[in-house]
Every structure is written in structure tokens, then in C-alpha cells.
Design a protein around this ligand. Structure first.
Ligand code: 5RP
Length: 224
């Protein structure tokens, strides 16, 4: 079984939770892509759902597979959010933002009654932090925020993709921050939230109901 097979298996389990009439959060990343494609297959067979996408790329994919797109203005409370993650620790705190969509992903997760995360086994860790924490910042604040997070013990770099400074869907920058292993994700999340210029960070704390893990052809779950 490849990592993609495991991602698809996890995605299938999450999509099985979807019922007629639901308004869904649609995540971003390679695992969420499987979920959106599988939802599209169910929509073609008659499933009635609506989706709020967490990125421009997910919106494009969702439209292409026939999922009706709505906004949080129309539906501020979502039934279920299905998204991926970069790291998951035992109390279901996450690092997200590897795909640069953490801001909309966190807004959509917050808006959702239930958040289900789909990953392959490699995303499970004892402590967060091997995956460098993505932080979305307003470009104007870059020097200040880098100085502040570096003072907090991080090594931070502005994300570059394909030789260009990466811009999020909101035209912000991402700082990828190496804090080492994060002993207290809640405390770090609170500190980061106090720094002006940080729009959002990729620590998702107490937001998740269930993590579905694909591992070597089997599915297991972590719940709160
Ligand atoms: C995007 C994300 C993704 O959920 C995360 O990066 C996981 O992606 P993948 O499923 O491709 O490993 O947070 O901002």
C-alpha cells in the first residue's frame, strides 16, 4: 500500500460520515483532494451537499466534480469539516498549513460542528514540531514578527515556492518556524496570537473531534 492509498482510505472513511443535506468544510492538500473527489462521486449518484472550500485550489476542484459551493456568509455554521494535517499528536492538537491554507482552514474548522482530520500514519507524532510551524503574516510585519518569533527561540524563514516568495490566497506571507519539539502547544498558540502582524498560526488546538488514519490498507481512529 502506498501513502496515497492510505490517504484515500482515510478520505473514504470520512466521506462515509457525510449525509444528505450537510454543509461541509472542504479541506486543502493532497489528502483532502481525495475526499473532495470521493464526495464528487457521491454527488454524481445523488448526494445533496454544499461545500465551503478552504482554498482557491479546493474551490476549483470541488466545482469541477460538481459540489455546489457556498460561503460562510450564507452558512456560518457548518455540519462537518474534512481536512488533512501535517502533524497530529495524541491529544489531537495539530500542525496545519503545509499547503499554505491554514487561515481559511482554521476559520472553517471553527465554523464547523464537527472536524474530522484525515491522514496517513506518518503524520502521527508524540510531540509536534518536527514539521516547522507555518505562520501566516501580513507582509508589512515580516521583520517585526521574525524578530519576535526568533526571540521566542524559533528559527524562521519566509516560505519560497518555485523560486518565488509564496503568497497565500489572502496575499499574505508564510513564515515556516522551527521551534524544535513543542512541549506546550497551547501556551505557544496563545503567545503567537498576541503578536500583531500574525494573521493566524498553524497550531489547531481543541478543534478536532476525530482523526482518521490510513495505515497499510487499514483504517484506525483517534478520538477525544
Ligand atoms: C494545507 C494543510 C494540509 O491539510 C496539510 O498540509 C496536509 O496536506 P497533505 O494532505 O498534502 O499532506 O494544512 O494548508
Amino acid at each position: 500500500m502506498s501513502a496515497d492509498d492510505d490517504k484515500k482510505l482515510a478520505a473514504q472513511s470520512a466521506v462515509d460520515l457525510v449525509e444528505d443535506g450537510m454543509v461541509l468544510g472542504l479541506g486543502t492538500g493532497s489528502t483532502a483532494v481525495f475526499a473532495v473527489q470521493l464526495l464528487g462521486e457521491r454527488v454524481k449518484k445523488g448526494l445533496k451537499i454544499k461545500g465551503v472550500p478552504t482554498s482557491d485550489s479546493t474551490e476549483k476542484l470541488a466545482r469541477s466534480v460538481g459540489i455546489p459551493i457556498v460561503t460562510l456568509d450564507e452558512f456560518p455554521a457548518l455540519d462537518l469539516d474534512i481536512d488533512g494535517a501535517d502533524e497530529v499528536e495524541p491529544s489531537l492538537c495539530l500542525i496545519k498549513g503545509g499547503g499554505g491554507a491554514l487561515l481559511r482552514e482554521k476559520i472553517v474548522a471553527y465554523a464547523s460542528k464537527r472536524v474530522v482530520i484525515i491522514v496517513d500514519e506518518k503524520k502521527l507524532v508524540e510531540k509536534l514540531g518536527k514539521f516547522h510551524l507555518p505562520i501566516e503574516i501580513v507582509p508589512f510585519s515580516r521583520g517585526l514578527v521574525q524578530e519576535k518569533v526568533d526571540e521566542m527561540g524559533a528559527k524562521s524563514v519566509v516560505r519560497v515556492r518555485d523560486d518565488r516568495v509564496f503568497r497565500t490566497d489572502e496575499n499574505n506571507l508564510i513564515l515556516d518556524c522551527d521551534f524544535g519539539l513543542i512541549e506546550d502547544p497551547r501556551a505557544l498558540a496563545q503567545k503567537l496570537s498576541l503578536i500583531p502582524g500574525i494573521v493566524e498560526h498553524g497550531l489547531f488546538i481543541d478543534m478536532v473531534e476525530r482523526v482518521i488514519i490510513g495505515n497499510d490498507g487499514k483504517v484506525k481512529e483517534l478520538t477525544k
